[in-house]
Write a protein that binds this ligand. Structure first.
Ligand code: HCA
Ligand code: CU
Length: 386
């Protein structure tokens, strides 16, 4: 796969940590947090940043203006309902990229908004028209696209395109799409509007977010939404790290312009801002993302890291860890560890003694590095060594 997919433009990553991410139940960013995060995302080479509507709160109004004034290299998009007042507020704050959205599924448009199709169509036409006439770059997104019947979805997009929208968003708002469903919808949208940009935003309610984002890219979407750590409503959306890991393993060139070594810092920053630790299963940045435990694995990895690693930890500025503090440890890992502790190669007998001692000590608990060192030193000195 090249850096372009089915005829679309180069990949663009849109980070929505400041918008979708702040909808995470434990996220309460201060204005200073938001600016710090915007600068860090910009420094890592993210193409676009999505900000909340200035209409949502007074601090959001201030943050939108402040971040626009930072004049980042990343393009700033402001996320807005199709309401004239929201659009006016964003324009007043200096926004030039407007991400408009409106629920088009029966669940959202019918039950919650109680709107008929002609009313929805008028609302889309008026909002997109207003934003376009102000000279903004306008994206129109059909919220709950995957529970919107295809003819309705395309009819909504037709209205938006006719009114001047340049990008179409197909969000999987409740996280129910499969990669095949995402591929089919994105392909249909691309076929109908060949010159326009297509954006995908996938929620992770069924664990498919990263896979769905990549399916969207393969089918011709050029803009993929993420948040740092994947935070967002409920269980959130595609994580930046998950997407980068996925794309890197497809083709490192796809993500060559992002500063991958900054990812651990970004994930740690957002974890701290939301009062959590980086989740144990976060690709690339989890505490044990590059830790090898079982003897079969450590033996193979010591000989050739690629045996059990999808990505070299150095890509994100990390180091691999060969764990020896478990009852599953193996002699090769212990020999490697002893060489570090003793500052010389260990004799076969020493490796044997240390391996047995570690397996016994780790029977009841996992040993950290300090405990591992103590067990090894005690065993060797009891055996009359050092
Ligand atoms: C929301 C819904 C949204 C919008 C996505 C988009 C979704 O929380 O406002 O604008 O493309 O998941 O549908 O995040
Ligand atoms: Cu969302």
């Amino acid at each position: 796969m090249g850096t372009r997919n089915m005829g679309n433009g180069p990949l663009r990553i849109l980070d929505s940590t400041l918008r979708e991410g702040e909808q995470f139940a434990d996220a309460h960013f201060t204005q200073a947090d938001r600016a710090r995060l915007a600068l860090a995302l910009d420094a890592s080479g993210i193409d676009e940043l999505e900000l909340p509507s200035p209409a949502v709160s007074r601090s959001a109004t201030a943050s939108v203006a402040e971040i626009i004034q930072l004049r980042l290299a990343a393009q700033v998009r402001v996320h807005l309902r199709c309401h004239p007042a929201d659009i006016e507020m964003a324009l007043a704050a200096g926004a030039t990229g407007l991400n408009l959205f409106l629920g088009t599924s029966p669940a959202l448009a019918g039950q919650s908004l109680r709107r008929s199709w002609p009313q929805l169509a008028r609302q889309i036409r008026d909002a997109v028209g207003l934003a376009v006439s102000a000279g903004a770059f306008v994206r129109f997104s059909a919220e709950d696209a995957f529970r919107t019947p295809r003819p309705r979805l395309l009819a909504a997009f037709d209205v938006a395109v006719e009114a001047g929208a340049r990008r179409l968003g197909v969000p999987d708002t409740v996280g129910i799409a499969t990669p095949a469903m995402v591929g089919a919808t994105v392909r249909a949208v691309r076929r109908r509007y060949p010159g326009l940009s297509v954006e995908f935003h996938g929620h992770n309610d069924t664990g498919c977010a990263v896979a769905n984002s990549v399916a969207a890219w393969e089918a011709g979407a050029d803009c993929l939404d993420v948040t740092v750590l994947g935070i967002g409503e409920r269980v959130g959306i595609t994580s930046l790290g998950g997407l980068l890991a996925r794309l890197y393993t497809l083709n490192p060139e796809l993500v060559a312009r992002y500063r991958l070594e900054q990812l651990p810092g970004l994930d740690a920053m957002v974890a701290a801002m939301t009062g959590m630790t980086v989740p144990f299963n976060q690709p690339l940045t989890a505490a044990h993302a590059f830790t090898h435990v079982a003897g079969v694995h450590t033996n193979a990895v010591l000989r050739s890291p690629g045996t059990y690693e999808a990505i070299d930890p150095a890509v994100v500025g990390r180091a691999r860890v060969i764990s020896v503090g478990s009852r599953l440890t193996g002699r090769h890992a212990v020999a490697n560890f002893l060489a570090e502790v003793l500052g010389r190669e260990a004799a076969p007998a020493e490796v044997q003694i240390a391996t047995e001692a570690l397996k016994t000590a780790a029977e009841g608990r996992r040993l950290d590095r300090a405990a591992t060192t103590n067990v090894v030193r005690a065993a060797l000195s009891a055996a009359g060594g050092n």
